[in-house]
Write a protein that binds this ligand. Structure first.
Ligand SMILES: Nc1nc2c(ncn2[C@@H]2O[C@H](COP(=O)(O)OP(=O)(O)OP(=O)(O)O)[C@@H](O)[C@H]2O)c(=O)[nH]1
Length: 365
């Protein structure tokens, strides 16, 4: 039985999520999509949306086609699935969850990644984050949730480029520093091709092993690495820690990759992840990786974590190409590449002389 893909549509208040969704649902590729709207008190626009595309939206509570869902994701998805099985609603083949603009998307991701009941039926596809082309820069400055929404994205959609006050280029480059691996798209009144937004997920990757490089986009993190280095150069010579406004939330965000040529022992790598999470879990916004585990050299392990929770490790059947190096990409809040590298090397044996316990407890940047 194939698992049904679930995408999360997030983005700050008024950024254009509903407009995007309305446009997407008009496209044939998404004609069999169930939409879960996690909204409180903003019924008007979403009612319109439902009315527009009635036959294409399966709504959730008690069979009603136009209701706002109070939040219990597991129950909601479960009931939705049961109705689909019973034939009381159309056999949708994809779910999109639109989160409320103020939400931290991590709990939704955690639920989808780790709830065993959901895992038997659904798979996490893409996290799509909508960023307002006019207000986006200010929102990133002011609201940490907005930064987190951008940091966990697989796809970033910048809206409102048609308005004269839009600052789309500046915003795009800032988002590129924040989350270099996410594809960036521009949408005017929600216009974006559906296939650019979906099929980005972890499981799609298991099904199509050759796409692992595309999923990881590790080279994008290397391109962005200059940013991280520049910060350290400033901090270490005692000068102003940063050229930007120090209050900007995304100046605390680091995006970097780590590459190791030598295979690592499975137990040691697990310990690395455990210590990473135990020490800095809330600040590890997203980790993805393809890992060469010494005990299974022919089958790369694929890891994927959001804050303190990791998706169960997936083993791919084979390496996508001749490159068998371990490649990890991180988006963190105030956790430096150097610190993560020291922890990794201490635990996986490349620096045997280093005391792993000391390293793990050392939080200084
Ligand atoms: N000019 C312009 N307006 C847009 C664009 N995208 C969205 N809007 C407008 O921006 C406003 C907010 O858009 P919504 O789609 O409701 O945003 P949302 O993220 O769903 O909003 P909340 O549900 O309140 O968080 C609406 O008036 C839209 O018509 C765009 O690309 N250009």
């Amino acid at each position: 039985m194939s698992l049904l893909p679930v995408s999360i549509l997030t983005g700050f208040l008024g950024s254009g999520k509903t407009t995007l969704l309305r446009h997407l649902l008009g496209q044939p590729e998404l004609s069999d999509t169930a939409v879960i709207v996690n909204e409180f008190g903003e019924v008007g626009l979403d009612h319109m949306l439902v009315a527009d595309s009635e036959e294409k939206i399966v709504e959730l509570n008690s069979g009603c086609l136009c209701c706002t869902v109070r939040w219990d994701l597991v129950t909601t998805l479960d009931e939705l699935y049961a109705k689909r099985e019973a034939g009381s609603i159309p056999a949708f083949s994809r779910v999109v969850i639109e989160t409320t603009g103020l939400a931290d998307p991590a709990p939704v991701l955690h639920t989808l990644m780790n709830d065993p009941k959901l895992a038997a039926r659904f798979r996490l596809d893409s996290v799509i984050t909508v960023v307002d082309g006019v207000n986006g820069l200010a929102t990133l400055d002011r609201h940490e949730e907005a930064v987190k929404q951008a940091a966990v994205a697989d796809r970033l959609v910048i809206t409102k480029g048609d308005l004269p006050e839009a600052e789309v280029d500046t915003l795009e480059s800032r988002l590129g520093q924040l989350n270099p691996g996410a594809a960036r798209l521009r949408a005017i009144m929600g216009e974006v091709p559906a296939d650019a937004l979906f099929g980005a997920g972890f499981y799609a990757l298991e099904e199509r092993g050759e796409d692992v490089r595309r999923w990881l986009r590790e080279e994008a993190y290397q391109d962005a690495a200059g940013h991280d280095h520049a910060e350290h150069a400033h901090a270490h010579d005692g000068s102003q820690a940063h050229a930007h406004d120090v209050n900007r939330h995304d100046d605390h965000i680091r995006a970097f990759s780590i590459v190791r040529e030598e295979p690592v022992s499975g137990a040691r790598f697990s310990l690395f992840l455990e210590l990473l999470v135990a020490n800095r879990g809330p600040d590890i916004l997203r980790v993805k990786g393809i890992v060469n585990i010494a005990e299974k050299p022919d089958k790369p392990a694929v890891i994927h974590g959001v804050q303190h929770l990791f998706h169960p490790v997936a083993w791919m059947d084979s390496w996508p190409d001749a490159d068998r190096s371990t490649r990890l990409v991180f988006i963190t809040r105030d956790v430096s590449r150097d610190w993560v590298e020291k922890l990794l090397d201490a635990l996986t044996g490349e620096r045997e002389e280093t005391d792993p316990v000391l390293q793990a407890g050392d939080r200084r940047e």
